[in-house]
Each structure stands twice: as structure tokens, then as C-alpha cells.
Design a protein around this ligand. Structure first.
Ligand code: ARG
Ligand code: ZN
Length: 894
């Protein structure tokens, strides 16, 4: 059942027009489709058969070809296919009637019900759960959709495009007819029918058209959509200003639903969103929630051009639209907020999650070569690493060159389903450059390791950078070649000033303070001339490529210097992270070498946290001129995920304890500085929360970061203060971070705070998701018992994807309990995966792929053994979904 990229073949038939008629009911929903088929098999021979995709939960009622009903002997029907043969030559019409039961569709793929309303999710292959169809992105058609339903229960009837007609019918029913003038693949089809409230606004496009904007939610949520609406308008304006891209219809709808597998979906003119990415208010949403809403509303809107107007030829090309659209939403957020902080956040995410994926058993290139279930490839690699590869073009071609490439891409491919190569060719041709070497980034899985060794020649006044690259083997791909890597470099003088740079052999170029070196070979040398003093190098500025960088012989003093002086915010932050990663690694190594002595004694004997490190962190904390969000990131310890894989056979609980030791040391020795930072960044009394105000958010970020350090002291005064903060907070950012500080500590404050929070927010499902996640991820010893109890709490529902993500992905975040030495955490996770798989395979698959099960090789041998046992147990389950099977079997093979 594996599909291969190399097997791509166009279909024998295309579809010119799709007419759909939905008769929505409580028991059986009837779907009637009329497809105008067009031959696509050339002129030779008799018409080939037509293979339509389907799913076993759709029931075929009738099928007609050219107006004539077929007998069951005249077609072939299996669980997954409806095959029609002996077809007429030339164009003809196929009419199909099926019955489906959306109310029983717990997979949330295709047409399903959420909160009493009908909605759809068709990407990647959900449309085949609605009717038999050529369910692939290179089959593009115009759609007309008629929806009929009970008028009282489903007053709102929506689909893609323009409303053509609506009216009432006998028996309390009504109907609407929608027509989408743009061709699209079926994965962009959407339908919504329900009892929804609406907020309306409008946007005037650059050519002067007025677009009506509507956001629909259930009545209880409609007062919290202002931020999503604002974000939508900003996104529309940004795409005009940045890429000259204008919206192309008179109506744009967003619908929020509570049950949704992913974040959101870019269906043409009818985006459907997970409600957690639409609904926002200061008292119920954190600063991070606000920025996610902004980013995802932008992301789905930007898909209208990068995804919808120009789509993917086949699903292997997914990064064509997703990598590009993530890049676009990253730039959008960077332009509207702090660019450096946004970049650091994105890099953090890439390194803590995508690098792990790229090193695990599911490692795949951004353009995969094969899959069993496409849904398993909506990954950090395709999305986030894909966005980094798009960014490489911009780094090399400049913003203007990148824009030229985009213009040519739309000029050539508007209305088409294309490949990653088409995109690269547009970039290359628009700039008169040969970019064929970039193919390696699309073909090769794994994170390249770059090694840099630099030396200064005082007599010759030259500074030489030797760089080499190597990509480690990944499953099924042992041979790796070099990839083109732009390495942005700056050189700092002893006073922290930026030296003007001239590259040997590049005399024509203007001297500048950042140069982009392009590594194309396995080993290369670059020489800077006229370097007046021995500089401190600032390497991989702005994280100019998705690689792991090792700098030979880099002294800690140089890192301290960069943390204090580098003008490049990413490198400045990274200098601090390197110091802390080095510290955690050496302390962990000392601790694991002498497992029986008391941890604290052992760590302090190993040097503890050196004064130099404490001073460097203290300096960041006390620097009043620093952006608080940057400072918060700069004093954060690198995530465990950044170390796992770099230390062979790691004991994750020991690593956690080492981290806690460092946190405690820093808190104890910087207490006055931490308390001063809290005080300095406290919001003035009576100040109100202003959505999107980065300055306010930055103050909360550093204040709450400082509080979380202080909470490690387990000091009665601090704990009492935190409890007070959970009560008096005027916004969710402050409230939830105070609660988070208490959740890992024993003592009555924990229970009190959790109980009070529950009482305050029990009627708000979105806030309850946070309450669940915090408890599930707690590192209190033996917390599994609490998690098991929480499963039967009314705030949790196993059929709701968000609730599962909070509960189970939350639990995965606890090294102490997920990685418990007795294997109880692994067993619980495996049991939960099996239970969820019977309900929703996409959610179950995400539970496996987010777990350390796919990277079991990184852990100590006892844990390896226990993880493999659970993988084998899952693998042996009867009726396991293909989704979970693919990930589990690949993990066992790795
Ligand atoms: N295209 C959507 C987005 O990124 C995501 C769809 C996810 N679908 C899936 N089956 N995993 O905006
Ligand atoms: Zn997307």
C-alpha cells in the first residue's frame, strides 16, 4: 500500500465541472454528484476505465454513465475504489448517488459533525469519504454546490465561491446554491451547515474592490473574534504590499469548529479553523495564543495564492504550498511584530522538533519519496524545514530577486497544479541563476552538520574560514551529498564593533558587515582580507540555513562576548544557548558517570554552574534596554530535545534532574536580579491588555520567565505570591504562567490553585485545554495516577482532538512520568494510542509521532527495550489504522 513519487502518472480522465447536491439529514445524508468527464488519455485506443476513489463508510446508491444507470455487474466496487469500464469515447457525464453518515464519522475526515453542525475537512484525501471521485490534487474542476437541510437546526448553509441562490422548501427545509468560479482540486472543497453566529467586516483591495469578510462561530464564542478579523485584514493588506497579491472573490469566510484534527484549512473562500485558532480574548488567551491566531489566519489566507490559485501536482509536492506558505506567514508575523524574536521562536521550534524528526525513524526529505498515509506527512519537515528552504532562495537572491521569482511563478502557473521544480525554475529564471544544486535539499533527509574552523593571520591581515559539511545517514538513505548552504558571517572587533568585510576573489562587491558564504562542496575555504585585528566570528547569522553548526575551538569567553555584543539577535541568543548547552552536557556527563553519589554533590564537585555563566545570564536579566521577549528567550535553558541525540544512550530523567539543578542554581544566585526584573516589568495598576501590543507582551514574557525561575526555589514566600497571582491576574498569560509554576510543586497551593482555576473556567472548553495540559505534563513523581483520573473528568473528551493533544501530548512533555523507569508511562501511552486509534487515526498517529517511540535509539538500553516492547504491542493490534501502522512499523525497522 506504499505510494511512490516516481510512479506519478496523470489520470485517464479529467473533470471539467462538478455539480454536488447535499441532502443533509440527522440519520442518512444523501450526496448526489454529476461529473463532466473529459478524456485525458490521448487519441489512441478505446476509452480506458475510470477508477474513482472511495471509502468503506460511503454507501453507493446508483451510478449512471451518460444518463444510463449501471447494473452492479457493470462496475467494480471495493472498499476503496469504484471502477467504471466500457465508457463512451469523448466527453460524458457520470452521476453518482451515495449515502453517508456524518454523525458517525469520528475520524473527522470528509463530512462530519462538530457541536451539532456539519462541516468538512478534505485535505489530504477526505473528499473520497463524501463521494466517489478522482481524489487527487491534479484533477481541477469548477464546482457548483447545492446544500439542503432543516432550516431551524441549520440556518447557515455555506460552500466555496459565490452564493447563487437560496430559498425555503417544504417540511421546514431550506437550500442554498454556491458556485466557485475558480478551478480547484477537491481537497479545497468545503461545506458548512449549522446554527452559527457571524461577525462581518470588509476590506477594500488595492484595485478598489470591496470584499465582505465573515467569521462564524457558535453563539457563545462570537464576542471573541475581533482579533482574528483584525489579523485577516492585516494579512490581506500585507500580501498586497509585499507580493502584489490581491484577493480574488467578493466574499471571504472563516468558520470556527471545536472538533478539528489540525490547525486550520484553506478551502477556497471558506477557511475552516480549529476554534482555538480563531477565538481570542485577553482573559482567556495567552500572548502566544494571540500570535498563533494572527499567524494561522495569515497562513490560511496566504494559501489563496500559494496553494489554491497555484496548487500541487501530487501530494509528494506538499512543501511547494506548505513550505512557501509557512515562510510567508513567518515574514508576515515578523513584519508586524519583533522580527528578531519571531526568528528566534521559529528556530527554537525547528531545532526542538524538526531536527528530532529528521534524526528519527520517520526522517524524510521535505519532498518525500514514498508514503503509506499522506496524512502522516503533514510534518515539521515538510512545513518548517520546507519554509527554511524557501528562505534560502530569499537569502541568496535578496528580497527583490525573491519577489521577481514569485511574480514569474504566478505568471507561469496560475490555475495549474505544479511541482517543487517549477517553483525553483521560476526563482532561477527570473534571476538568471542556476539553482539546480538546490535539488539536493528536496531529495535528502537529515540535518546537515557544518563544521567551521577559523584562523587569523596577523601579518597578512587575513581571516580564513574553513567549512565542511556532512549529513548523517537516515533510514533508507545512507549516501548523502553536499547541499548548498548559505553561511551568513559577521566579524566583531574587540570593542564589539562590526568589521567591514571584504572577501578574497570578490573584489567587486561592496564591503559590508555581513557576508553570505555559499558552501556547495563537502569542504571549502573562504578568506577575508584587510582584517585589522583578530576578530570574534558571528556565524550562521539570522540562522541562514537549517543546519547544526559546530565551531572548532570556540572559547566560552567568546560566547560570553557574543551574548553581550553581537548585533545579530539570533547569534546573540545562540551564544547564550551554546554556553548553556555546553554546561548541561558537561554536568550530565559528570552525573551519569557517578550515578550513585547524591546528584547535587556530584554536580557541584563537577564545577556546578560557573560564576561566569551566572554573571552572563545575570547581565541579560538586568539589561533594561533589551526587548523582554528576547531576554526571556536568552535566559531560557535549551530544551531537553536539543540535547537528546547529542549524548548517546541518554537517561532523560537524569537529564531533567540536571536541568532542574541548573535552574535552581541560577535562581538562587540571581534572586535579587530576578525579583528586580519582576518588579520592573509588572504592569501598572489598571493597565488594560492591548492585543498585539508587543511591548506589553515582552514585559509579560520576561516577568513570567523570572517568576518561573524563582518558583524553582520552592520558597514559601514565592509560592504564596504565585498563588496570589493566579487569583489576581487580569489576563490569561499571567494567570496560566503562575499556575504552571505551581503545578510541578507539591503542597496545598498546587491543589488550591488548580481547583480555583477550574471553578473559574470550567465552562470554557478552550481554557480547560490549558488546565488539562498543565496537569498532564506535570513532573510530580507518580503523576500518572492523576492523569488516569483526569481521563474521566468531564472537562476531557476523547473524541475531541484538542483534548487529546492537551492530555496525551501534554503527558509526553513530562520526562519524569513518560520516561518513568518502570515503563508505566510508555505502557500508558501505548494503551492510549490504541484506544484513540479506534476513534480517530490522525490523532492517534500524532500521538505516536510526537512520542520518543520514534527515536527510541537515543535512549538508554533499558528504555530502548521498553519502548520497543510497546511499539511491538501496538504493531500487533488487530485493525490498526494505516496511519499508526506506518509510523510504528518504520520505528521498529529503524
Ligand atoms: N493545509 C492545511 C494547512 O496547513 C493543513 C491540512 C492538514 N490536513 C491533514 N490531513 N493533515 O493550513
Ligand atoms: Zn498550510
Amino acid at each position: 500500500q506504499t505510494k511512490y513519487r516516481k510512479d506519478y502518472k496523470p489520470t485517464n480522465y479529467l473533470i471539467k465541472h462538478v455539480y454536488l447536491n447535499f441532502l443533509l439529514n440527522e440519520d442518512t445524508t444523501r450526496v448526489i454528484s454529476r461529473l463532466s468527464m473529459v478524456p485525458n488519455y490521448g487519441t489512441a485506443g478505446s476509452p480506458p476505465s475510470l477508477e474513482l476513489d472511495g471509502r468503506k463508510d460511503i454507501k453507493l446508491v446508483t451510478v449512471k454513465v451518460a444518463g444510463k444507470e449501471l447494473q452492479s455487474s457493470e462496475y467494480e466496487l471495493t472498499d476503496k475504489k469504484l471502477t467504471l469500464s466500457r465508457l463512451p469515447a469523448g466527453e460524458f457525464e457520470v452521476e453518482i448517488e451515495v449515502d453517508i453518515k456524518p454523525q458517525e464519522n469520528s475520524s473527522l475526515e470528509g463530512l462530519y459533525k462538530s457541536g451539532g453542525n456539519f462541516c468538512t475537512q478534505c485535505e489530504a484525501e477526505g473528499f473520497r469519504g463524501i463521494t466517489y471521485f478522482l481524489d487527487r490534487p491534479d484533477v481541477m474542476a469548477k464546482y457548483t454546490t447545492r446544500i439542503e437541510a432543516d432550516a431551524k437546526s441549520y440556518p447557515v448553509l455555506l460552500s466555496n465561491g459565490n452564493l447563487l441562490e437560496q430559498g425555503s422548501l417544504d417540511g421546514g427545509r431550506h437550500f442554498a446554491v454556491w458556485e466557485d468560479p475558480f478551478v480547484k482540486p477537491c481537497y479545497l472543497f468545503a461545506l458548512v451547515a449549522g446554527d452559527l453566529s457571524v461577525r462581518e467586516d470588509s476590506f477594500k483591495t488595492m484595485s478598489g474592490r470591496t470584499v465582505t469578510l465573515r467569521i462564524y462561530t457558535r453563539a457563545k464564542d462570537i464576542d471573541r473574534v475581533a482579533w482574528a478579523m483584525e489579523s485577516l485584514k492585516r494579512a490581506m493588506k500585507w500580501d498586497e504590499d509585499t507580493f502584489g497579491l490581491e484577493y480574488d472573490l467578493d466574499l471571504f469566510n472563516i468558520v470556527a469548529v471545536d472538533d478539528f484534527n489540525m490547525g486550520a484549512m484553506e478551502n477556497k473562500s471558506l477557511n475552516i479553523f480549529n476554534s482555538r485558532l480563531v477565538i481570542a480574548s485577553p482573559t482567556t488567551s495567552t500572548d502566544m495564543d494571540y500570535s498563533r491566531v494572527e499567524g494561522v489566519v495569515g497562513h490560511e489566507y496566504f494559501h489563496n495564492w500559494t496553494g489554491n490559485r497555484v496548487t500541487c501536482r501530487d501530494w509528494f509536492q506538499l512543501t511547494l504550498k506548505e513550505g512557501l506558505t509557512v515562510f510567508r506567514d513567518q515574514e508576515f508575523s515578523a513584519d508586524l511584530n519583533s522580527r528578531p524574536v519571531k526568528r528566534i521562536d521559529d528556530v527554537m521550534r525547528l531545532r526542538t522538533a524538526q531536527f528530532v524528526e529528521d534524526a528519527g525513524s520517520m526522517a524524510h526529505p521535505i519532498r518525500p519519496d514514498s508514503y503509506i498515509k499522506m496524512d502522516n506527512f503533514y510534518t515539521l519537515t515538510v512545513y518548517e524545514k520546507g519554509a527554511e528552504i524557501v528562505r534560502l532562495y530569499q537569502t541568496l537572491l535578496g528580497k527583490d530577486g525573491f519577489r521577481k521569482g514569485m511574480d514569474l511563478y504566478f505568471q507561469r502557473h496560475d490555475g495549474q497544479a505544479v511541482t517543487c521544480e517549477d517553483f525553483r525554475n521560476a526563482m532561477a529564471d527570473a534571476n538568471g541563476q542556476d539553482l539546480s544544486a538546490f535539488e539536493a535539499w528536496y531529495k535528502q533527509a537529515g540535518t546537515p552538520h557544518v563544521k567551521v574552523a577559523a584562523s587569523y593571520n596577523a601579518a597578512a591581515r587575513t581571516y580564513t574560514i574553513k567549512a565542511s559539511q556532512h549529513t548523517p545517514a537516515t533510514p533508507g538513505q545512507t549516501e548523502k551529498g553536499p547541499v548548498p548552504i548559505p553561511l551568513a558571517v559577521g566579524l566583531l572587533g574587540h570593542d564589539g564593533s562590526e568589521l567591514p568585510l571584504t572577501l578574497q576573489g570578490d573584489a567587486a562587491a561592496e564591503p559590508s558587515t555581513t557576508k553570505v558564504l555559499l558552501l556547495t562542496e563537502t569542504e571549502q575555504e573562504f578568506v577575508f582580507t584587510e582584517v585589522a585585528e583578530k576578530p570574534v566570528p558571528s556565524l550562521l547569522r539570522d540562522f541562514s540555513a537549517p543546519v547544526k553548526l559546530e565551531v572548532e575551538g570556540q572559547a566560552e569567553d567568546e560566547l560570553v562576548f557574543l551574548l553581550a555584543h553581537d548585533k545579530d539577535a539570533f547569534c546573540r541568543w545562540e551564544a547564550g544557548q551554546r554556553i548553556l548547552r555546553g554546561l548541561l552536557t558537561s554536568l550530565y556527563t559528570a552525573a551519569s558517570a557517578s550515578k550513585d553519589t547524591k546528584l547535587e554533590e556530584c554536580l557541584s564537585a563537577a564545577g556546578g554552574v560557573p560564576d561566569k555563566v551566572v554573571a552572563a545570564i545575570g547581565a541579560v536579566l538586568s539589561d533594561k534596554d533589551l526587548d523582554g521577549a528576547f531576554a526571556a528567550a536568552a535566559i531560557s535553558l535549551p530544551a531537553a530535545a536539543e540535547l537528546i541525540g547529542t549524548i548517546p544512550n541518554i537517561d532523560p530523567v537524569l537529564l531533567h534532574n540536571v536541568r532542574q539543578y541548573v535552574v535552581h542554581e541560577l535562581a538562587a544566585r540571581l534572586r535579587p536580579e530576578l525579583e528586580a526584573a519582576v518588579k520592573r516589568n509588572e504592569a501598572p495598576a489598571g493597565a488594560s491588555y492591548v492585543p498585539g501590543d508587543s511591548a506589553q507582551a515582552a514585559q509579560r514574557a520576561i516577568k513570567n520567565k523570572a517568576l518561573s525561575y524563582l518558583s524553582a526555589l520552592k520558597d514559601a514566600k514565592v509560592t504564596a505570591d504565585l498563588l496570589q497571582r493566579t487569583r489576581s491576574a487580569t489576563n490569561m498569560t499571567d494567570q496560566i504562567s503562575a499556575l504552571a509554576c505551581l503545578v510541578d510543586s507539591e503542597g496545598p497551593e498546587r491543589e488550591t490553585a488548580l481547583a480555583e482555576f477550574y471553578e473559574q473556567w470550567k465552562d470554557d472548553a478552550l481554557v480547560m485545554l490549558k488546565w488539562i495540559a498543565l496537569q498532564a505534563g506535570s513532573n510530580l513523581e507518580g503523576n500518572l495516577k492523576n492523569v488516569e483520573k483526569l481521563l474521566s473528568h468531564p472537562a476531557f473528551s476523547i473524541t475531541n482532538p484538542n483534548a487529546c493533544y492537551s492530555m496525551f501530548l501534554g503527558f509526553l512533555r513530562s520526562p519524569v512520568n513518560f520516561h518513568a523507569a518502570d515503563g508505566s508511562g510508555y505502557k500508558f501511552m501505548a494503551d492510549s494510542i490504541l484506544k484513540v486509534d479506534k476513534i480517530n487515526r490522525q490523532v492517534a498517529a500524532r500521538m505516536v509521532s510526537s512520542s520518543a517511540f520514534t527515536a527510541w535509539k537515543d535512549y538508554d538500553v533499558e528504555r530502548q527495550q521498553m519502548m520497543k516492547e510497546q511499539l511491538a504491542r501496538i504493531n500487533a493490534e488487530n485493525g490498526l489504522s494505516e496511519n499508526v501502522f506506518e509510523i510504528v512499523s518504520k520505528s521498529l525497522e529503524a
